[in-house]
Design a protein around this ligand. Structure first.
Ligand code: ZN
Length: 401
């Protein structure tokens, strides 16, 4: 569904005041002052207007938003968190439809117009997560776009049957092939990545691999990903999430990896994690690597943090990367908007005639001020339709289901 809307008196990316006309869901005119037109009018009050925020890495199927406080006593290893969660899904009754709906609505209220969500697939819960998130996607399709990554959270080769389930998820409606720590979890980096890229080839889909492996082990896995991307001609279709290995101190080694990522157009997705070495965002962007960002899991059994706000995430990316200058904070916002949009390969994204009318009004004197203060969004618009106001979803949305 698309709408018409005239948004008056707004400043694109903090620039000069303009009026923006959205017709049939698309931006058609951006001019200093548009005369009265046949469209509902919103007065932007001189606020900054940005394209919709892009949540490019999260897990909609397993947030605990709206459920009782979860007392976290999980062990320190990655596998502790994975096993704890698989069991907790049943014990706590984490319904992927309900929980993905809750998280999605929270994200939209914060100005997110596009989401890439990894969704767990394992031999215990099968495709329940994918089916749940697909229901939410259908129900909320007029207010947000959701892309699903088939994600083997419990490992793939160590749990026979998972690869077949991944294939079924891709047939069902997941768009992207996920992967996870080829060495650390499956303990068979070649086998794991061959299976991931084989699915990608068979179904003609892009790849997004969770790579938590640190230091040289992570770099080794990253090299195997680059090798396969090159051999299969998948340039521009592969993303690596987290990529903590790029935060290791060996600048020469990291520099060589970054140059090869740029050459192969492999994208990096980061959360700007406070607790881990992390990819150097400025260096990556300077080398020509597309960097997007995500909140990752929000209030789940892995950790208690998060609220789905990608403008706040831009601040975290800035903090983690020692961004202080205004141009650096503008880059952090670019990562959380245009960067994520490029990773997901969104078409008609941006603030220009021809682009979808997916826009957000943010509070602040400048873009840097908006990132740092990340006050509630004044207005969130999806394809010309107002979906949230002052940080709260509007109520007469006539949702699909
Ligand atoms: Zn994740």
């Amino acid at each position: 569904m698309t709408s018409n809307l005239l948004i008056r008196n707004v400043r694109p990316m903090g620039g000069a005041n303009v009026d923006i006309l959205v017709e049939n869901g698309r931006i058609t005119r951006i001019e200093p002052e548009l005369s009265a037109l046949e469209a509902p009018v919103e007065d932007g009050g001189g606020r900054i207007i940005i394209p919709g925020l892009v949540e490019a890495h999260t897990h909609l199927d397993k947030s605990l938003i709206g459920m009782a406080w979860y007392r976290n006593e999980v062990g320190p290893r990655l596998m502790d968190k994975i096993e704890n969660e698989r069991e907790a899904k049943t014990r706590l009754g984490i319904d992927p439809t309900r929980q993905s709906r809750r998280q999605t609505l929270a994200s939209v209220a914060h100005g997110t117009t596009h989401i890439r969500s990894h969704v767990d697939i394992d031999t215990v819960h099968g495709l329940a997560g994918v089916e749940g998130v697909m229901r939410t996607r259908e129900e909320l399709r007029d207010i947000v776009d959701i892309e699903i990554v088939a994600f083997p959270q419990s490992g793939m080769l160590i749990r026979p049957g998972t690869v077949e389930l991944m294939g079924k998820a891709l047939e069902l409606g997941a768009e992207v092939v996920g992967g996870l720590d080829p060495a650390g979890i499956d303990r068979d980096p070649k086998g794991h990545l061959d299976a991931v890229f084989d699915l990608a080839q068979r179904f003609g889909r892009p790849v997004d691999v969770h790579l938590h492996e640190a230091g040289e082990l992570g770099a080794f896995s990253l090299e195997l990903i680059m090798e396969r991307t090159r051999a299969l001609g998948m340039q521009g279709r592969v993303a690596v999430s987290h990529a903590f290995c790029l935060g290791m101190p060996d600048a020469d080694y990291v520099g060589r990896l970054i140059d090869e990522l740029a050459e192969l157009s492999i994208h990096i997705l980061t959360t700007g994690p406070a607790s881990r070495p992390s990819p150097p965002v400025a260096k990556l962007r300077a080398a020509g690597v597309v960097v997007g960002a995500g909140n990752d899991g929000i209030r789940d059994t892995w950790g208690p943090y998060g609220n789905g706000d990608m403008l706040e995430r831009a601040m975290f990316v800035g903090l983690r990367n020692n961004f202080r200058r205004d141009d650096e904070l503008e880059a952090a916002l670019d990562v959380c908007t245009r960067g994520g949009a490029q990773v997901i390969a969104l078409e008609r994204y941006g603030l220009a005639p021809g682009c979808w009318g997916d826009v957000v009004l943010v509070e602040g004197e400048t873009v840097a001020d908006a990132v740092v203060s990340h006050r509630p969004r004044a207005l969130v618009v999806k394809r010309g339709k107002v979906v949230a106001r002052d940080g709260i979803m509007v109520t007469d949305l006539n949702l699909t289901a």
